[in-house]
Design a protein around this ligand. Structure first.
Ligand SMILES: Cc1cc2nc3c(=O)[nH]c(=O)nc-3n(C[C@H](O)[C@H](O)[C@H](O)COP(=O)(O)OP(=O)(O)OC[C@H]3O[C@@H](n4cnc5c(N)ncnc54)[C@H](O)[C@@H]3O)c2cc1C
Length: 382
């Protein structure tokens, strides 16, 4: 069922939680196949989740960032591979088009990001530019009334499911002292001439999430492909990442919560030395620490989301939430795995999937070091 626009935040998150409980029997096969099933993406479209942050006037649910965070937590708890696909599609990609797109761009592309036929992608990273994203080398040059793009993007989430990729390329040369000069955002259709996709990367975790390279070889796009203003693309990338970090932080909380819940269930049942594991203080303390971390992380995420919903600055708070939640998820998933003993290392018990999936959350959408740099900048500016 599709939740109604304007329904309470808990109700939408609850609907997603109920729906995602039905995914459990399918996850192991999909992870083995390395792909998100098309009908699962389709269902997310039906639920309205893919357009949750899109205004009602543009066909979405018009939900707040707080709702986005609660939904991402539920998806993270169920299946992190799916959560990151939704976070990129509905957070960064749809969010950037809502914020910076023209009326025509919104009308053309938002339905494709909401209808469950695919998931949008965002291509900033290149082989030589990761944390230092402003040093990107992809180029764009004018050609008649359109543009010709060249370059190669790395690690593009959703690339093989995407009708469009928001891609960043530079017009002209970087200027000394102004590394982001000329960077422009383009909405690139994946079926445009000159666009190619590499094979899906083989990863440690997020096995059903697609992460692929995007090649641009004299790729031609129209004048209407420019998102926002020419030369102002880096600001669009940073704004997208600010919002995306709330999504990754919420995903991290979901992963950690699910792993810890499983560990508590196991510790109730598993007996050693004549009593359930949960009777041992060492086990209780470990899980108490993890539960406390999870709640603290959720409060940081909700604060960042709340600030964003009120139009207040939230860059620092999003970085704090992402830094804390992603690192808490490392600790919590490993603590949960430890409770399972040797069984935790076995695929059958799934807690190892949570530990592998949590690992990437301190890396993408800005590493922990980058989050500390963002937070530190605000200390210097204060
Ligand atoms: C599964 C996955 C999905 C991804 N999806 C996308 C996507 O959809 N779109 C996209 O554009 N990108 C995506 N990325 C890329 C991701 O955002 C980058 O990997 C990340 O920003 C780090 O860049 P890098 O890997 O080049 O590492 P580097 O920047 O080379 O960093 C290497 C190490 O050095 C540290 N470091 C770098 N600079 C400093 C500094 N000044 N001070 C201290 N330490 C520093 C880093 O924190 C890190 O630990 C994805 C990555 C992964 C793994």
């Amino acid at each position: 069922m599709r939740p109604e626009a304007g329904q309470t935040e808990r109700e939408l998150a609850g609907a997603v939680r109920d729906w995602s409980a039905g995914l459990a029997p399918r996850i192991a096969d999909a992870e083995r196949d390395g792909a998100l099933p098309a009908d699962v993406i389709h269902d997310l479209g039906e639920l309205g989740v893919l357009g949750m942050g899109v205004p009602e006037a543009d066909g979405g649910l018009g939900a707040s960032t707080v709702v986005f965070a609660l939904v991402l937590e539920e998806l993270g708890a169920a299946w992190a591979s799916l959560a990151i696909g939704v976070s990129v599609n509905s957070g960064i990609v749809a969010g950037s088009i809502v914020r910076y797109g023209t009326r025509e761009q919104r009308a053309r592309w938002l339905p494709r990001l909401m209808d469950g036929s695919g998931l949008g992608a965002f291509a900033l990273t290149e082989a030589s530019s990761g944390s230092d994203a402003a040093s990107l080398r992809a180029t764009a040059r004018r050609d008649g009334d359109g543009w010709v793009l060249n370059g190669r993007k790395h690690f593009v989430t959703n690339a093989h499911y995407a009708p469009l990729v928001i891609t960043f390329a530079r017009i002209g040369a970087a200027e000394p002292g102004k590394p982001h000069a000329g960077i422009t955002a383009f909405i690139v259709p994946t079926d445009a001439r000159g666009v190619s996709l590499g094979p899906s990367e083989s990863k440690m975790g997020l096995l059903a999430s697609d992460t692929s390279a995007l090649g641009l070889e004299d790729a031609r796009v129209g004048a209407d492909a420019v998102l926002g203003e020419v030369g102002r693309g880096f600001g669009i990338a940073l704004a997208g990442l600010d919002g995306g970090r709330i999504g990754v932080a919420a995903q991290s909380i979901g992963i950690a919560r699910a792993a810890v819940d499983r560990a508590i269930g196991y510790a109730r049942e598993r007996r050693q030395f004549g009593q359930p594991l949960l009777e041992f203080e060492a086990i209780r303390f470990s899980l108490s620490r993890a539960r406390t971390d999870i709640d603290a992380a959720r409060l940081l995420v909700l604060r960042a989301a709340w600030l964003r919903d009120r139009g207040c600055p939230f860059t620092r708070e999003a970085s704090m939430a992402k830094l804390f939640a992603s690192e808490a998820a490392q600790r919590a998933t490993y603590a949960a795995l430890q409770v399972f003993g040797g069984y935790g290392y076995m695929r059958e018990y799934e807690v190892e999937r949570y530990a592998r999936d949590a690992r990437v959350t301190t890396l993408y959408e800005g590493t922990s070091e980058v989050q500390r740099m963002v937070i530190a900048r605000s200390l210097v500016a204060a």
